[in-house]
Design a protein. Structure first.
Length: 296
């Protein structure tokens, strides 16, 4: 379900490509299950629901979409394995609900190139034919990717290989829509991307700021609210956990100082929240929440 609101005068929408079921341990790294299962209960296969949220910003530079979800090129077997909704065009449906279609998007900003963040970059020209041509989903958009991320994705190692799939970006190179950027970017009035290394070498987050109001789309710099409350909680996915911790420390300080609206990309319970002082340091007070297991 999309959520629409304004940051100052800038309209923003949280949209989603749905959810998948992921091994709980991979999101909580070294944290024992007896601790993290108090935050989110796993199913009998130790999986937890992980949302694939994206952010849409109606900016002075046009429509900016941050991340594109898992997309629809994945096989029915994968969908079953990862407990994914079998409907096609989940993200497109959410875009439609807030009044837009894929052709309207001017800029796609990719936090990084893991498949659950950029799989929707491209799609099958015939959704019912897995052999059909792969084409860009957002036909009028420039897709912005960090140079280091592009390098890590293009030359993966034994550990990173399973997260990177060239069909998610190769066709954009050919269509001339891929734009490589280096470091922090001013994208529009009040909209900027900032690199926060740790999860990958150049993962980027998005800030939306206008007057006294601000929003931070955290991507995988802090994908669950519980990870913002506890600096040491770092996903097993992160390539450089100590840099992730330093990145979070820095973001936490800014979030507290500026009363920032935090958007959590994968958290199946806390969509947004703000850091507020508590007895054991600042903790996230949720604003928009969802139910992780609605059927039980
Ligand atoms: Zn990731």
């Amino acid at each position: 379900m999309p959520y629409s609101f304004q940051i100052g005068s800038i309209p923003c929408h949280i949209v989603s490509d749905g959810q998948q079921l992921i091994d709980g341990g991979s999101f909580f790294g070294l944290v024992p299950r007896v601790l993290w299962e108090r935050v989110i209960r796993p199913d009998e296969k130790h999986r937890i629901p992980a949302q694939m949220r994206c952010l849409l910003v109606q900016s002075s530079a046009g429509l900016i979409l941050v991340d594109t979800g898992q997309g629809d090129k994945i096989t029915p077997e994968y969908r079953t394995e990862f407990g994914m909704d079998n409907s096609n065009q989940r993200l497109e449906s959410d875009l439609n609900r807030v009044g837009f279609s894929p052709e309207d998007i001017d800029i796609v900003l990719l936090t990084h190139l893991h498949a659950d963040h950029c799989g929707g970059n491209t799609r099958l020209s015939d959704p019912n034919d897995a052999e059909s041509e792969v084409v860009p989903t957002f036909t009028n958009a420039r897709y912005l990717i960090q140079r280091l991320e592009m390098a890590e994705a293009s030359f993966p190692n034994e550990r990173t290989r399973t997260h990177y799939y060239p069909e998610n970006w190769e066709h954009l190179r050919r269509s001339g829509q891929l734009e490589i950027v280096d470091g922090d970017q001013a994208l529009a009035a009040g909209v900027r991307s900032v690199t926060v290394p740790g999860h990958t070498g150049s993962m980027q987050v998005l800030w939306v700021e206008d007057g006294s109001e601000s929003l931070l789309f955290l991507g995988d710099a802090c994908s669950w609210a519980a990870h913002m409350d506890r600096l040491a909680w770092v996903p097993a996915f992160d390539l450089e956990p100590m840099r992730s911790i330093e990145g979070k420390r820095n973001l936490r300080r800014q979030a507290e100082e500026k009363n920032v609206l935090l958007v959590f990309q994968h958290d199946s319970q806390v969509v947004t929240g703000r850091l507020r002082p508590g007895p054991r340091g600042a903790t996230v007070v949720p604003e928009i929440t969802e139910v992780a297991w609605p059927d039980s």
